[in-house]
Design a protein. Structure first.
Length: 44
């Protein structure tokens, strides 16, 4: 799944783990150009 704001070019490396550390997830969300709130909204 790719969640990126339109107009942003992003290359993310997501760890292949059963669980991702909270800080790592926040960093990935921030790198995608989304806020945490926007990310959560997209999951719904």
């Amino acid at each position: 799944m790719i969640l990126v704001k339109p107009g942003h070019i992003v290359s993310l490396s997501v760890p292949d783990h059963k669980e991702i550390a909270k800080g790592t997830l926040r960093s990935l969300i921030r790198a995608s150009g989304l806020t945490v709130e926007e990310f959560v909204e997209l999951l719904d």
